[in-house]
Design a protein around this ligand. Structure first.
Ligand SMILES: NC(=O)c1ccc[n+]([C@@H]2O[C@H](COP(=O)([O-])OP(=O)(O)OC[C@H]3O[C@@H](n4cnc5c(N)ncnc54)[C@H](OP(=O)(O)O)[C@@H]3O)[C@@H](O)[C@H]2O)c1
Length: 226
């Protein structure tokens, strides 16, 4: 992928690690000026559950061509164990956060600009214990169609990765991570889990895909179809 982003300004919320960090690396390599936002650390502080922080960032950081968020909060439990605040946190990261980013950043973006948010395979593959994540990811897919209509000609899209070796799973004990990856590989048509390149290649394409808006692009090795 050789997308030339010279002169473009890009905000990556969640850019300190995982897929977000790789997007920062790839977009900078393509010539973009990238602002990395995270909830802590030395980057710009943006917590997408905090509207004031988003508003202040939109006021103070200048204009962006593209705004990307990988924010997510997990609450993977059976229905009987659901926790009100954790349900809210999951929807705040994946649904309310993107809405608030759109509210505060869209008025400052040029016609060729775009938003890119991160959904996920579980939105299309229900299984016990994933109802919150599944519903939030599916809601995000609906949200991008609505935002795309209201914010046009700005483009609004999502990527829905399958299980991807992004670093996020490194917190699992080796044996559990291996079992997760083996199961995910077997459940995909491609016979493997995703790589950072799989997801960031699609990101780079979407940033320049001026005829694509309101879409959720599935980068899951065909897992939805099996
Ligand atoms: N990796 C996979 O297998 C997979 C599969 C399906 C979907 N996805 C989706 O792809 C996206 C990126 O995943 P990943 O693998 O890179 O996971 P990750 O390493 O857990 O990244 C999640 C990012 O979200 C940020 N974040 C969480 N809550 C936030 C909030 N309230 N405000 C701002 N930032 C917040 C985190 O930043 P902090 O540093 O501030 O915590 C982190 O950078 C996520 O939306 C995930 O659901 C991933």
């Amino acid at each position: 992928m050789t997308e030339n982003l010279t002169g473009k300004r890009i905000l990556v919320v969640g850019g300190a690690r995982g897929i977000g960090a790789e997007i920062v690396r790839r977009t900078e390599h393509a010539g973009a000026r990238v602002v990395v936002a995270a909830r802590s650390g030395t980057e710009v502080r943006i917590d997408v559950t905090d509207e004031t922080a988003i508003a202040v960032a939109a006021e103070s950081l200048g204009d962006f061509d593209h705004v990307i968020s990988t924010a997510s909060a997990h609450h993977d439990v059976p229905v009987a164990a659901l926790d009100h605040d954790k349900i809210h946190a999951a929807f705040a990261a994946k649904v309310i956060g993107p809405l608030l980013l759109a509210k505060h950043f869209a008025p400052r973006m040029p016609a060729g600009g775009s938003f890119l948010f991160f959904s996920g395979i579980v939105g299309w593959k229900p299984k016990p214990g994933t109802v919150v994540k599944g519903a939030a990811n599916a809601a995000l897919a609906a949200l991008v169609t609505h935002l795309a209509v209201e914010l046009a000609p700005l483009r609004v899209n999502a990527i829905a990765p399958g299980i991807t070796d992004s670093g996020a799973w490194d917190r699992l004990p080796d044996e559990r991570r291996r079992a997760l990856y083996n199961g995910a590989a077997a459940a995909s048509l491609a016979g493997r889990v995703g790589t950072l390149d799989d997801v960031t290649d699609t990101t780079m394409w979407l940033l320049g895909a001026g005829w694509v808006t309101g879409e959720t692009i599935h980068v899951d090795g065909g897992t939805r179809h099996q």
